[in-house]
Design a protein around this ligand. Structure first.
Ligand SMILES: NC(=O)c1ccc[n+]([C@@H]2O[C@H](COP(=O)([O-])OP(=O)(O)OC[C@H]3O[C@@H](n4cnc5c(N)ncnc54)[C@H](O)[C@@H]3O)[C@@H](O)[C@H]2O)c1
Length: 356
């Protein structure tokens, strides 16, 4: 078992990483308040893993809430329904919510935990690679609004995160690739050596090699924990984690939520951000080629779906990170170092979108 810590003073918490990590009650001890637990999961994950998690808490009052699958569930109505159920069951402030699922379940459950009774304990048990390396760590919780993704949300840190690599065995290959997109992102924005390691190990990760997968999860969680510890509420350095995301969120919105995976959309977004960085002579054409090759090796797309560039720009402007209507982007100074800027030629961005 490997443990990373997210250091946030009173809100610090461990990330337990390892095969079987979710089966050890020890990993939950100290993070559960009271005797009432509600496990929120979905119709895909429930038949696979819900019983084994529920059984761990046989001496407690356990409520199970099973959502339909899909990004379209990330809406206030779903939160309302979960809260109705918690109320009916008489859960109070000293209850604990457990998110058992991918980023969708994690975001909905975290947001519900943040507002139910003004905020209750919650635990993340992420079951997708993307959720293990990204969504479950850092306390961002949200649901979508028709105006855009994650526009209704809060910061609410989990009490602990439990990343069990067993869950990845049942994941579709496309979901492993989606996780790889965020893993590659960490290398690009923060750790050149990790990116170089990834260039050599993508096939091993795709084929679920336990050593490679364990290293990728540990290093990704360590980088995310380090960044979040420096800037919990995204006032500065945490914004770098949005590399590729302003483009990506706009792609997700315009293709209809759930039609493109978050990872696919972010992959194309990273390529666009890298090409813009190259236009500004920050990184080299070889760097861009290396990025594209790594993403392609991970079975991720590197070019835009057929979207009108003007619509894409408009969607990027409506993203919540657009300050004063000027689109701020995370670009690369070099592989392993990113920065946030609105200081680029607008025509460069427009031309890039037309050409991609
Ligand atoms: N809060 C954050 O910091 C943060 C960061 C990144 C992404 N996100 C959000 O996360 C969401 C994407 O998360 P995701 O990629 O995990 O998608 P997801 O939750 O939709 O899961 C992908 C698919 O895998 C299925 N699944 C989950 N675990 C499984 C398992 N072990 N075996 C088989 N199938 C399984 C799900 O039912 C779903 O069909 C987006 O809504 C995104 O906005 C949040």
């Amino acid at each position: 078992m490997h443990i990373e810590t997210v250091n946030l003073e009173d809100n610090s918490y461990p990330i337990f990483i390892g095969e079987g990590a979710s089966l050890s009650l020890e990993n939950f001890e100290g993070y559960i308040a009271g005797k009432d637990i509600a496990i929120v999961t979905n119709e895909v994950v429930a038949p696979l893993y819900l019983n084994e998690i529920s059984d761990l808490f046989s001496n407690m009052n356990v409520i199970e809430y099973i959502l339909p699958d899909g990004e379209q569930e990330k809406k206030l109505k779903t939160v309302h329904k979960i809260i109705d159920r918690l109320m009916e069951a008489g859960l109070g402030r000293d209850s604990t919510l457990i998110a058992l699922g991918g980023g969708v379940v994690g975001d909905i459950t975290g947001f519900t935990a943040s507002i139910f009774m003004r905020g209750i304990n919650f635990i993340q048990i992420p079951t997708t690679l993307l959720a293990q390396v990204d969504a479950s760590v850092g306390g961002k919780t949200a649901v979508n609004h028709k105006a855009g993704k994650n526009l209704i949300g809060s910061f609410h840190q989990p009490k602990c995160v439990i990343c069990d690599s067993r869950f990845l065995e049942t994941l579709k290959a496309t979901e492993i690739s989606a996780g790889l997109s965020e893993i590659i992102k960490y290398g690009l924005i923060y750790d050149r050596e990790f990116f170089q390691w990834l260039q050599k190990n993508i096939q091993q990760i795709l084929s679920n090699d336990p050593v490679a997968v364990a290293h990728a999860i540990q290093r990704s969680c360590a980088i995310k924990a380090e960044i979040v510890a420096q800037d919990e509420k995204e006032q500065s350095v945490r914004a770098l984690l949005n590399f590729g995301h302003t483009f990506g969120h706009a792609i997700e919105k315009l293709t209809g939520y759930g039609n493109w995976t978050h990872g696919d959309a972010v992959a194309v977004g990273m390529v666009l951000a890298a090409r813009l960085s190259e236009n500004m002579s920050l990184i080299t054409p070889e760097d861009v080629q290396n990025i594209e090759e790594a993403l392609t090796a991970a079975n991720l797309p590197i070019s835009l779906p057929s979207i009108d560039p003007t619509e894409l720009l408009a969607a990027m402007k409506s993203d919540k990170k657009a300050k004063d209507r000027k689109i701020q982007l995370v670009l690369l100074k070099k592989i392993g170092e990113a920065f946030l800027t609105a200081d680029y030629a607008k025509e460069d961005l427009t031309n890039l979108l037309r050409a991609s």
